[in-house]
Ligand binder design. Structure first.
Ligand SMILES: Cc1cc2nc3c(=O)[nH]c(=O)nc-3n(C[C@H](O)[C@H](O)[C@H](O)COP(=O)(O)OP(=O)(O)OC[C@H]3O[C@@H](n4cnc5c(N)ncnc54)[C@H](O)[C@@H]3O)c2cc1C
Length: 440
């Protein structure tokens, strides 16, 4: 590169002092590149308008909103739902997610979230354990204490409250209808017909991203179906005896997880193999899941039958998003929108937060030169996400047993993995170490 800042610049520095720090080193061949780069840097240094739009108020979008606001940008987060979502599922929070939360000062809030889950247990048709229950404390120790069970809405509420306290503007019930890129920014039309101008746009709107669809084209180009469907819901006032355990019940082709949220309420997650049926309307989803668990033993079929069809359930195909590029012009994607890992990686929220962190750092490093920032963001993060997606595919093959014979060999192996001598090693392979340790 012919022109680059000699030092990392902080947003507090005045445009003049930033210019003073520029180190110029060009030859004739670089002249054209140098000129356009200089123009873009000058534009950013003197940029008065720091308005950026974030589509999606989930983990990625809220994290990005908070971090950009701290660096002096003016983010507007728009969320399709009318409030912070309450439906969701339990997530293992550790590694990179823990690291970003630590850098953001969120750990004290995260540590306040408690669920009465002390054991992990694989049970048979009668609810009896296949092998002695694994204490969650063993898992926590293997993560050196840097582990929490969090429901997705817990993390979203923590981020939402921080975003509000930081002065991030959030508009619910809002989506983007169209985007037009112009020389000096973007013109965005919202679903209520209003129009606004922004310097940058971030698509943090999940696996079925609207921004991705509008800018990069149909989801089908990027979707990699892993062969499963997932459903999750709350079961208040249940009368099942699951104690203080995350209970895993499995049959060939279908599995169910149950865990307590408090003395009366539990969450249930159902995962089953199925061909891709494409989009399924909301009103047909519960019946579809019930059909797949017809005749299932233990509490699996029974719990599903008692679910009220009026309650929202989480339901989706298990699908990764694999894209060659995560940005185009002034628009970048992050989180599940560009690199969905699926639940089999148990790190989607971590990568969503890492994406937000790296984008913010790179915009700061390049003083708002979004082209360089987005390039470096992708160069740094995408190889990690690619690797985790490949790991997730391998793991997905083992997630649900395909036959009773395979189940016979399955439990001794799982027991070995959770053995205290092997667990740390396994968790290191999984991603116990933050990908940001050497990133500054
Ligand atoms: C069952 C299950 C278990 C999981 N377990 C784990 C785990 O243990 N650990 C882990 O780290 N990850 C886990 N994950 C993955 C993790 O939940 C996701 O990777 C993470 O939520 C991605 O965050 P995101 O912000 O990118 O997307 P999302 O969480 O999908 O958020 C996107 C947001 O955008 C909004 N939105 C959508 N469309 C629009 C639109 N058109 N306009 C405006 N807003 C829009 C949505 O309402 C939502 O608020 C699990 C996932 C599942 C399904």
């Amino acid at each position: 590169m012919g022109l680059r800042p000699a030092n990392r610049l902080s947003s507090e520095q005045s445009p003049k002092s930033k210019l003073f720090l520029l180190k110029i080193n060009i030859n004739t061949e670089d002249k054209h590149r140098y000129n356009s780069r200089l123009k873009s840097q000058l534009r950013v240094f003197f940029m008065i308008d720091k308005k950026v739009l974030i589509s999606g108020g989930g983990i990625a979008g809220l994290t990005l909103g908070i971090l950009l606001k701290e660096k002096g940008w003016e983010p507007l987060v728009i969320e399709r739902d009318t409030a912070v979502r309450t439906e969701g599922y339990m997530m293992g929070f550790f590694g990179t997610g823990w690291d970003v939360a630590d850098r953001m000062g969120l750990l004290s809030d995260i540590k306040k979230v408690h669920y009465p889950i002390d054991y992990l247990e694989y049970v048979d048709w009668n609810g009896d354990p296949h092998f002695p229950a694994v204490p969650i404390e063993r898992v926590r120790k293997a993560f050196r204490g840097k582990f929490a069970f969090l429901r997705r809405p817990d993390l979203e509420f923590i981020l939402f409250n921080r975003a509000l306290a930081s002065g991030v503007r959030i508009r619910f019930g809002t989506t983007i209808q169209s985007i037009k890129e112009e020389e000096n920014g973007l013109q965005v039309v919202f679903n209520d017909g209003t129009m606004s101008a922004f310097q940058l746009l971030f698509g943090a709107d999940g696996v079925h991203s609207n921004v991705r669809e509008l800018i990069f084209g149909p989801e089908s180009q990027f979707a990699r179906y892993l062969g499963y469907y997932v459903a999750a819901f709350h079961t208040p006032n249940h009368d099942y005896c699951i104690g203080r355990s995350l209970e895993i019940y499995e049959e060939p082709g279908r599995i169910a997880w149950f865990y307590p949220l408090d003395a009366n309420c539990m969450d249930a997650v159902y995962i089953f193999r199925h061909d891709n049926v494409g989009y399924l309307p909301h009103e047909k989803r519960l019946a579809f899941v019930q059909e797949q668990f017809d005749g299932a033993d233990w509490i699996a079929e029974d719990t599903l039958k008692k679910v009220s069809s009026s309650k929202p359930i989480y339901f989706d195909a298990m699908e990764q998003i694999v894209m060659p590029d995560w940005y185009k012009g002034r628009i970048a994607l992050l989180g599940d929108a560009c690199g969905c890992l699926t639940l089999t990686a148990v790190q989607g929220s971590h990568m969503a937060m890492a994406g937000a962190y790296v984008i913010t750092q790179e915009l700061e490093r390049y003083s708002g030169d979004y082209q360089s920032a987005f390039t470096t963001y992708q160069q740094f993060l995408k190889p990690f996400v690619d690797r985790k997606q490949n790991d997730a595919i391998r793991f997905a093959g083992q997630l649900v047993p395909s036959s009773r014979t395979k189940m016979v060999f399955r439990y001794p192996l799982i027991r070995l993995i959770f053995n205290k001598f092997f667990l740390s090693h396994f968790l290191n392979l999984l991603g116990a170490k933050s990908i940001l340790v050497n990133y500054s």
